[in-house]
Design a protein around this ligand. Structure first.
Ligand SMILES: [Zn+2]
Length: 119
């Protein structure tokens, strides 16, 4: 092959040009195999967990959905940590959303229960 820098012919297996000391094209190709910035996958569990947590505020069965959302968010965070996936923040955000929804459900249940006892 030929040196990109000085144009002289060098050995194919050469890493540095013996004429100009320039790094040869081969090194650039090898460098590419290191994958400079691999696109990180998104963590689906974090996403679903957050959506369920948010939905639990709207859906009639909010208590149950909130529990599922909470579990999925926690599992998603653990997975995202291990696999270095994205959306971990969303999973973290899902936890207080689900927790508040659960507390709200509990309050509604207690109010309904005490109302049933009173009347
Ligand atoms: Zn050269």
């Amino acid at each position: 092959m030929f040196c990109k820098s000085c144009g002289k012919e060098v050995k194919d297996e050469a890493v540095i040009c013996p004429y100009c000391g320039c790094a040869l094209a081969k090194i650039a190709v090898d460098g590419k195999t290191e994958k400079p910035e691999e696109k990180r996958k998104i963590n689906v569990l974090c996403l679903v967990g957050f959506i369920l947590s948010a939905l639990s505020w709207i859906l009639a069965l909010f208590g149950t959905v909130a529990i599922v959302g909470l579990i999925l968010s926690i599992v998603g965070i653990v997975q995202a940590n291990r696999k270095k996936e994205r959306l971990k923040g969303l999973g973290i955000a899902g936890i207080p959303v689900a927790a508040c929804s659960l507390i709200y459900t509990l309050c509604v249940l207690i109010i309904q229960f005490s109302a049933a006892l009173l009347y």
